[in-house]
Design a protein around this ligand. Structure first.
Ligand SMILES: *Cc1c(COP(=O)(O)O)cnc(C)c1O
Length: 239
């Protein structure tokens, strides 16, 4: 086995163990392999080991890798901050976007989703307590935005995503994940059909599974530590 295959197997075991420990049905938590900044060779190793879903934060970095692989070989999830000047290629070349936090972005993704493709799966990124960044919607703003986005034809609102700051211990890790779970429950009670909680990373996936995560996003524990992000000049984000 390659090192990536071994690490993938270990992460899958962690997920299955957490499912069993916290009373979650086996297979109810899926794994997104976060390959940002990693070379296409690393993705090929993961594909060979049976991994199908990959998460990327930087558009040009992701496009280079997508073009090096066969179409349909992998499923692509955009998980980084998304500016409005990048929505068109994201709508055309990804299956999911986890980081929607504005109506304008959702509308553009819907309008720009090519007609031959199924609606783009999206999650709203929520700034729960202890969030690592300033990104994400305030929880109070989620119900209204979710209701408006739910009617857009080119996107399908699947659920919520968060990136909490590192917490001191397991119980503290669980708090923001529980908050996101409760928020989804309240939206479901409003009549929205949401099946996804995108939460949990290398350091806190067990806490996320305990609180109902349906998809964990793991980078470091599969692909190893990351160097810097791609240079700003290549990615050049402008509104
Ligand atoms: C980088 C990143 C991850 C993966 O984090 P690790 O700690 O390397 O597992 C998950 N989600 C998002 C949004 C990220 O940007």
């Amino acid at each position: 086995m390659t090192q990536i295959a071994e690490r993938l197997a270990r992460v899958r075991t962690r997920i299955r163990t957490a499912e069993a420990r916290f009373g979650r049905p086996e297979g109810s938590v899926s794994l997104l392999a976060v390959s940002k900044t990693k070379p296409v060779a690393a993705i090929r190793e993961a594909l060979a080991a049976g991994q199908a879903d990959f998460g990327e934060n930087y558009l040009q970095d992701a496009r280079d890798k997508q073009q090096a692989l066969d179409p349909g070989e992998a499923r692509w999830h955009f998980i980084g901050p998304l500016q409005s000047n990048k929505t068109k290629p994201v709508a055309a070349h990804f299956d999911w976007v986890h980081s929607v936090e504005r109506e304008k972005i959702a509308k553009r993704l819907s309008e720009q989703r090519p007609e031959h493709l199924p609606p783009l799966n999206i999650c709203l990124q929520v700034n729960v307590s202890g969030e690592a960044t300033k990104s994400g919607l305030q929880p109070e703003a989620v119900p209204e935005l979710a209701a408006r986005i739910a009617g857009l034809p080119g996107v399908r609102l699947r659920g919520l995503m968060c990136i909490p700051a590192p917490a001191a211990d397991f119980d503290a890790q669980r708090v923001p994940f529980r908050q996101l779970h409760e928020l989804r429950e309240s939206l479901v009670q409003q009549g929205l059909d949401l099946d996804t909680l995108s939460m949990g990373m290398s350091a806190d996936l067990e806490a996320a599974v305990a609180e109902g995560s349906t998809l964990v996003r793991v980078g470091t524990d599969i692909f190893g530590p990351r160097q810097d992000q791609p240079s700003a000049s290549r990615e050049g984000d402008h509104e």
